[in-house]
Structures are given as structure tokens and as C-alpha cells.
Write a protein that binds this ligand. Structure first.
Ligand SMILES: Nc1ncnc2c1ncn2[C@@H]1O[C@H](COP(=O)(O)OP(=O)(O)O)[C@@H](O)[C@H]1O
Ligand SMILES: [Mg+2]
Length: 294
């Protein structure tokens, strides 16, 4: 498969960021138009993600976590204005056209959302949707893409992947659907994966399984991962670095160890205090009871 370095959509030459990091976000500010005039929903946020690293972004609902990730992916609402810099593999992403961003999304940077149903088409089988994603970026034959889609489903722990590839999104439970989304997000081996509250809608047991899966895939594929959550406990087991956001601002950024053992801000301490811990003793897999249709 292709080397996981972003290629300039207009050039054949892969670029490396001088810092050696995969994703470099510098002084990102996102301004959205509202009925009360422009509002800065992300203010001067900076962080980096290395290959083979999981960075957590935490903060209460409305703190700007999603707007930060949508800015990276070029998916902000119409009328949004960005300032600062977002470099992926050395390439500046801010200011790119929709067409350029479409080529980057899926292939070089992928996103998994809280609600997989909003990103899956209910009228097509999941196998076909993964195939299409692959073909759109890699131009493989249908047969080859089918094989890759089935392999992708197997990799995320879907049993009987060949048969399940022929099923529709509603035939999967919530946890299984999130696995399908992860399979789709990773099918083109992107360098960067952004998971925006991927486990929030799931019950605690399934949450733990999805987390474990993401951590496993991250280790195996060396994908740089941004894991967004409102729950600090969720990332305590996976993140190497943590960015804490509050009302669009970066209140704290450091290694997971620093954040968890010596939080500098009252806000971070509050987040730390309000959580039950995810233990290392993860429960057994949700299969096959999680499967809605046998
Ligand atoms: N389309 C929009 N237009 C204007 N403001 C928005 C829009 N979407 C979200 N916001 C505001 O932007 C802020 C950040 O939202 P968001 O990034 O979704 O927060 P989080 O993901 O941390 O819960 C919130 O105050 C929210 O109300
Ligand atoms: Mg959000």
C-alpha cells in the first residue's frame, strides 16, 4: 500500500514536515458566523501528532473539539474562517479547495464520528460502501476492492466478514456499526485518523472494546490518531499527549502523564474528578450477542 505521507494533490512528490511530526496544528482559530455576528469557536489552539501516536482532545460539550477536527479535515460549516496553520505530512491544509480536500480525506486523513449512521448510507451494503471508498482513492477493480473490504471488516473484528459485507447498516448493532466505520476510515491506510467521540453513544462495555480495537489498530498500522472525548478517563489508557479545551481555548497541553498526575488547571482537575475509571481489566468481546441479525 502507499507510503503514508501526504502527497500534494498537484504534485507527485511526498513532503515531510521539518519537525518530523505527522500533524502540526499551529495557532488555529476558527470563526463561525452566527446571528449575533462572528464567534471564535476555536481560539489559538496548537498541538502536534506524531506517527504511531494517539493524542487526546478533551473538554466539555461545546468546547470546540469537533470544530478543531473539522478544521483539520476541511469540513467546517459554510462561512467558517480559519487562521493559523494545519500541516499534514508537511503540507498546509488550510485554504485548500474542496476538491483538493476530497482527495486528502479518506486517503491521507480519515474521520470517525460519534454517530456512524450519519456517515453510512442506509441504502447500500456496508461492503459496497467500503469498496467504493477504496476505489475512489485507489482505483482498484471491483473484485479487488471487495476482497480489501472484506479484509477490512475482518480486521475490525466483524465475524463472518464475507457474509456481513452484504448486509445494510441497520443490520448491525451500534458497536458493530462503529467497527464498520473504523474499517471504512482505515481502508486506504490514511496517515491520520481523527476519532470524534467514537464511543460516546455506546454502552460502557462496547466502549471499552472499541477503544481496545482502536489502540490495537493504531499500534499495528502506525496511524497517527486524534481521539476526541468529553471523558478524560476514556483516553487515560490510550493517549500519549493530551490537549484540554474549554470554551474554544486550549487550557492545557502536555504528556498524558503530566495531565493525569499533575494537572495544572482547575478545569482539568474538575474533568479528572468527575470520572469513573476505565480499568485495564477490559470485558470480553461483545460478540456474538451484539450482532442484531444472525
Ligand atoms: N454551525 C455552527 N454555527 C455556529 N456555531 C456553532 C456551529 N456548530 C457549533 N457551534 C458552536 O461552536 C462551539 C464549539 O462546538 P463544537 O466544536 O461542536 O464543541 P464540542 O465538539 O467540543 O462539543 C459551540 O459553542 C457551538 O455552539
Ligand atoms: Mg463534538
Amino acid at each position: 500500500m502507499s507510503e503514508s505521507v501526504v502527497e500534494d494533490p498537484g504534485s507527485e512528490v511526498p513532503v515531510e514536515d521539518p519537525t518530523g511530526e505527522l500533524l502540526v496544528v499551529e495557532n488555529l482559530t476558527v470563526t463561525l458566523p452566527t446571528t449575533r455576528g462572528p464567534v471564535d469557536v476555536v481560539k489559538d489552539v496548537s498541538f502536534t501528532v506524531g506517527r504511531n501516536e494517539t493524542v487526546g482532545i478533551v473538554g466539555e460539550s461545546g468546547s470546540g473539539k469537533s470544530m478543531t477536527s473539522l478544521a483539520v479535515m476541511g469540513l467546517l460549516p459554510r462561512g467558517a474562517v480559519t487562521r493559523g496553520s494545519v500541516r499534514l505530512g508537511g503540507l498546509e491544509l488550510l485554504g485548500r479547495t474542496d476538491r483538493e480536500m476530497r482527495r486528502i480525506r479518506g486517503a491521507q486523513a480519515s474521520m470517525v464520528f460519534q454517530d456512524p449512521l450519519s456517515s453510512l448510507n442506509p441504502y447500500y451494503t456496508v461492503g459496497l460502501q467500503i469498496e467504493e471508498m477504496y476505489r475512489a482513492h485507489r482505483g482498484a477493480s471491483r473484485k479487488e476492492a471487495r476482497k480489501i473490504a472484506v479484509e477490512a471488516l475482518a480486521r475490525v473484528g466483524i465475524p463472518e466478514p464475507e457474509r456481513r459485507a452484504g448486509h445494510y447498516p441497520h443490520q448491525f448493532s451500534g458497536g458493530q456499526r462503529q467497527r464498520v466505520m473504523i474499517a471504512m476510515a482505515l481502508v486506504c491506510s490514511p496517515a491520520l485518523l481523527i476519532a470524534d467521540e467514537p464511543t460516546t453513544a455506546l454502552d460502557v462495555t462496547v466502549q471499552a472494546q472499541i477503544l481496545r480495537l482502536l489502540a490495537e489498530l493504531q499500534r499495528r498500522t502506525r496511524t497517527g490518531t486524534v481521539f476526541i472525548t468529553h471523558d478524560l478517563a476514556v483516553i487515560s489508557s490510550v493517549a500519549t499527549r493530551v490537549l484540554v479545551m474549554c470554551r474554544g481555548e486550549q487550557v492545557e497541553y502536555g504528556t498524558a502523564e503530566q495531565i493525569f498526575s499533575a494537572p495544572q488547571h482547575a478545569y482539568t482537575r474538575k474533568l479528572l474528578d468527575s470520572i469513573p475509571r476505565v480499568t485495564d481489566d477490559l470485558p470480553a468481546d461483545d460478540l456474538p450477542t451484539d450482532e442484531v441479525i444472525a
